[in-house]
Design a protein around this ligand. Structure first.
Ligand SMILES: Nc1ncnc2c1ncn2[C@@H]1O[C@H](COP(=O)(O)OP(=O)(O)OP(=O)(O)O)[C@@H](O)[C@H]1O
Ligand SMILES: [Mg+2]
Length: 379
């Protein structure tokens, strides 16, 4: 079986067959098997003020390959963290509810796993750097205790071995004199160092998937660049896939292989990073890029995303389809788009997906799920 046959396949039995052969699978083929596949994920929450349920995520698809960085971008509240937290099975139910979809980790659907089964995956095989890492360390335990607790939970090792792994994990993230620092408490570390400890904790068990939710937002640009470089390096040596959630398009441009743009719980665009930046196809993505201030741009007013998404012409640029948007400018919403589940992610040209209105013509077509085994080094 060629890697390209594996690459485009979401067929479970094909992937199982490849995995079964994995003793003899070379690195190109190994890297072509998705490590995480989120398909049609929908998650909602009870509305505490008594109104209709809050549909936080509504039919999200994304595919992550080993050694790949998949950036997830989109404005606040669009469902990035809920997608990541669902992958860790950390959504409290209630108030949360899985409405539909699957999350395959190495081909196994984790949505249906029991809490006990999930314990062996969470933190060990799939790890997360949380959006607010400064508050994720416990102030009353020293760094070593907190790191070693994570190691004991996932690896059958004694105290000496756990300490050795903890020291190595601190070294891996560039913390000097780790033996001495293990005995220190979080308040004795700077913000950048605490962030490194969080990353060390996430990486100590050598996860296959790292969910990095705004991992560097609170850091200055120098430390941010160091940490992202470190993640890239560890990713290469460990075959890890990274889901990188960020608002920073500069971070995306420098680090992502593939980009998933979300809006209101939907995927509106999915592409490799170079193609997306060269030519964004969805009006929202175009608005997002055009709203970035440029140093030499002397216009009095910046372009806003709404300037773009309120322009009917922006929705008529892709032949045969109309991009989906909850607040359409007049006259462009297609006739016959049913209200129910009206969004569909369409491969509008090879390897370019755009969220579109589900018209009867699109309904009749089969749609390949977004899956790009692309890494920027492939260029
Ligand atoms: N526990 C909860 N109860 C009710 N609603 C929730 C809960 N958690 C998330 N939501 C809602 O789900 C939606 C998606 O939230 P999410 O945290 O995923 O956004 P986000 O894209 O990560 O935003 P940000 O960029 O601000 O981190 C939001 O409307 C949010 O209010
Ligand atoms: Mg978030």
């Amino acid at each position: 079986m060629s890697p390209s046959a594996v690459k485009t396949s979401h067929d479970q039995s094909t992937q199982d067959a490849v995995r079964a052969m994995s003793g003899g699978v070379g690195s190109a083929e190994r890297l072509a098997i998705p490590v995480l596949e989120v398909a049609d994920l929908a998650v909602s929450f009870d509305n505490s003020s008594g109104g209709p349920r809050i549909q936080a995520v509504n039919g999200v698809h994304m595919t992550l390959f080993p050694q790949q960085t998949l950036a997830v971008v989109g404005e606040s509240g669009c469902g990035k963290s809920v997608t990541a937290m669902s992958t860790m099975q950390l959504i409290a139910r209630p108030p949360g509810r899985f409405d539909r979809g699957s999350i395959l980790f190495e081909g196994r659907d984790i949505v249906s796993l029991s809490e006990e089964e999930m314990l062996s995956i969470r933190g060990g095989k799939i790890a997360m750097i949380f959006q607010e890492p400064m508050t994720s360390l416990n102030p009353v335990y020293n760094i070593g205790d907190q790191l070693m607790e994570a190691i004991f939970l996932h690896q059958k090792v004694g105290p000496d071995e756990a300490k050795r792994i903890a020291v190595q994990a601190m070294k891996d993230v560039g913390i000097k004199k780790p033996e001495e620092r293990l005995a220190m408490y979080p308040h004795q570390f700077s913000g950048g160092m605490r962030q490194r400890v969080m990353i060390a904790m996430a990486l100590a068990c050598r996860p296959k998937v790292l969910l990095a939710d705004e991992p560097t937002t609170a850091l200055d640009v120098t430390i941010q660049a160091q940490i992202l470089e470190l993640l890239r390096e560890l990713q290469r040596t460990r075959d890890m896939g990274i889901m990188l959630i960020t608002h920073n398009l500069g971070v995306v441009a420098e680090n992502a292989d593939v980009v998933c743009v979300m809006y209101a719980g939907r995927v509106v665009e999915y592409a490799n990073v170079f193609e997306l930046f060269d030519e964004p196809l969805h009006p929202y993505t175009r608005g997002l890029f055009r709203s970035i201030p440029m140093l030499r741009d002397t216009r009095e007013r910046l372009v806003t995303i709404k300037d773009v998404t309120h322009d009917p012409a922006e929705f008529r640029k892709i032949p045969g389809v109309i991009p989906w948007w909850p607040d359409m400018p007049p006259g462009v919403r297609p006739e016959g788009a049913p209200d129910r589940d009206e969004h569909v992610l369409v491969e509008v040209r090879p390897n370019r997906w755009v969220g579109c209105w589900r018209t009867p013509e699109l309904e009749a077509r089969s749609h390949r799920r977004p899956s790009l085994d692309y890494r920027r080094g492939d260029r």
